[in-house]
Design a protein around this ligand. Structure first.
Ligand SMILES: Cc1cc2nc3c(=O)[nH]c(=O)nc-3n(C[C@H](O)[C@H](O)[C@H](O)COP(=O)(O)O)c2cc1C
Length: 322
């Protein structure tokens, strides 16, 4: 058990925010596998200020999994302040306000949001201090190692964030320049948690239980964040949680179990987003449920190309010989 501010987190596994993936349905689906804390996908402060309907759909509601961090991104304190006011007045159910300083996508960094903040650590510190002062909820932050190899400033930024009053920090152990490729470099933050006064969550390349154990051992983090590794492989969360809570090593899920998991996820998604949008999302995510199994290429392609209704999906799942 560990804590962020006064909230107890009951697992060492944190579900990473992923734009286009970590909907409320995805989070609710993943929770019972042993997720201790999850995050919404990044939500634009301007989207809230300018009342964009799509942006509001990302906010958690009373049916959301808990504890949940609401992740905001933006580049100006005035917009962040207005967005936080809107969230606080709207009585949204959430536990932490998470600030995104890690997004490497050009569309975001060119507006000075996401990981472009890492290039301006002093301004970042002022921004965070102002947000901590107005937020009703504990503030957390997600960063990267730095902008590029020549500008690794993670230690400086962690120090500034602590001073600014954040309650936990997640580090994606890559630079912005690396985007999502190349190896995550956990050893650059070796033993970092021992020098910190607040919890550390380590992110980057957590695809197996061994990755999780290694990342925790090297950094001494309180928890690991799983992101891409759990898409279509929710058992990864149970394996990591089972190991850290009870010292057990769970086997990988069978094909039958994977089909069952996919059905549950599809149902939750349809409940949240309706059939049409859900099928669009599932054409992207559902094939991942069959990644580990040989001979499934045709099934994966069929899902990716031909699923437009729940009936289409069901027909394919029924056709899988187990
Ligand atoms: C499709 C996708 C969308 C992402 N969206 C977000 C996001 O909205 N906010 C955020 O902080 N990180 C986001 N991330 C980063 C992940 O949370 C995580 O830190 C990163 O993928 C590294 O972990 P991994 O190598 O285990 O996947 C995203 C990653 C992916 C692949």
């Amino acid at each position: 058990m560990w804590k962020i501010a006064d909230t107890e987190i009951k697992s060492r596994v944190v579900l990473g925010p992923m734009a286009g993936v970590t909907s409320q349905a995805y989070r609710l689906f993943m929770k019972p596998f042993g997720v201790g804390l999850s995050f919404t996908e990044m939500i634009s402060d301007c989207g809230l200020v300018y009342e964009n309907r799509n942006t509001f759909a990302y906010l958690p509601n009373e049916k959301s999994d808990r504890p949940v961090g609401l992740q905001l991104f933006g580049s100006k304190i005035e917009n962040a302040q207005k967005a936080i006011e809107i969230i606080q007045k709207a009585n949204i159910t959430y536990d932490f306000l998470d600030l995104n300083f890690g997004c490497p996508v050009h569309k975001v960094t060119k507006t000075f949001a996401g990981s472009s903040w890492l290039k301006r650590p002093r301004e970042l510190a002022e921004y965070v201090t102002s947000i901590v002062a107005i937020s009703d909820k504990p503030v957390t932050a997600k960063i990267r190692l730095g902008w590029d190899r020549e500008h690794i400033n993670v230690l400086e930024v962690v120090g500034l964030l602590e001073k600014a009053g954040v309650s936990a920090i997640t580090i994606h152990a890559r630079t912005t320049e690396q985007m999502y490729s190349g190896k995550a470099n956990w050893s650059l933050i070796e033993n970092l948690r021992e020098k910190m006064s607040i919890p550390l969550i380590i992110s980057g390349d957590i695809f197996t239980l061994t990755d999780a154990v290694e990342a925790m051992r090297i950094t001494k983090a309180d928890a690991v964040m799983v992101a891409r590794g759990a898409i279509g492989n929710p058992r990864l969360v149970s394996q990591i949680d089972g190991y850290f809570e009870k010292g057990i090593i769970m086997p990988d899920a069978t094909l039958r179990e994977q089909i069952h998991y996919l059905r549950s996820f599809a149902n939750l998604l349809i409940e949240e987003k309706g059939e049409k949008t859900s099928m669009m999302i599932l054409r992207g995510l559902a094939p991942h449920f069959f990644n580990r199994f040989p001979g499934m290429k045709a099934i994966k392609n069929k899902i990716a190309m031909t699923v437009y209704s729940k009936v289409d999906l069901e027909a394919i799942l029924e056709s899988i010989a187990i």
